[in-house]
Ligand binder design. Sequence first.
Ligand SMILES: CC(C)(COP(=O)(O)OP(=O)(O)OC[C@H]1O[C@@H](n2cnc3c(N)ncnc32)[C@H](O)[C@@H]1OP(=O)(O)O)[C@@H](O)C(=O)NCCC(=O)NCCS
Length: 174
Amino acid sequence: MNTKKSQLSDSIIFRPPKTDDGKYFWEIAKASKTLDVNSIYHYLIMCRHFGKTCLAAEKQGRVVGFITAYIPPGSPDTVFVWQVAVDEKERGQGLGVQMLVTLFKKLKILNIKHLDATITPSNQASIKLFMAVARELKSSFEFEKEFFPAVNFGENIHEPEILFHIGPEFSLTL
Ligand SMILES: CC(C)(COP(=O)(O)OP(=O)(O)OC[C@H]1O[C@@H](n2cnc3c(N)ncnc32)[C@H](O)[C@@H]1OP(=O)(O)O)[C@@H](O)C(=O)NCCC(=O)NCCS
């Protein structure tokens, strides 16, 4: 067990989201000031239609972290992480990594072997997070091409989104 994992409070549980969690996901995304904030409707849909590939972290009845993710059309062995966020008060204890690792353990039964996510070059926390996940899963990883070049967003609006790929070999016997 790594040090950060052992710092995680026993009172945090990981579970599939309920539809009702969508509004809490939205609140955490909004408070992060880093993520592109989607509508509440988007988070409700993710919880309702994509709940199998999403995750809520709950502490004493409060949602303190979330992952929204889906299996992309045409890539049945890949999970694409759309957003991951942890309530500011709960950061730095390994919760982000454990949420992602937990989701993978669960998705093994769906034959998921790859994790994809996109990262903006300035988001150091996000880069470190996904590298830590690859390390925890004892898996190779690579930065691939620009998934969405900056021009896709319009002029001077958004950084490029770089594809971060983990897999295919996962060691899930943690
Ligand atoms: C990114 C985020 C989910 C990390 O959550 P967390 O629970 O604090 O992450 P962990 O404690 O599991 O740390 C994972 C790794 O990221 C690193 N890290 C976490 N926050 C960091 C920061 N602000 N700056 C640099 N590195 C950071 C940790 O040091 C650790 O790396 P290490 O094991 O090599 O030391 C959290 O900071 C967050 O919600 N940020 C806002 C939303 C966001 O940017 N999401 C990612 C893009 S979708």
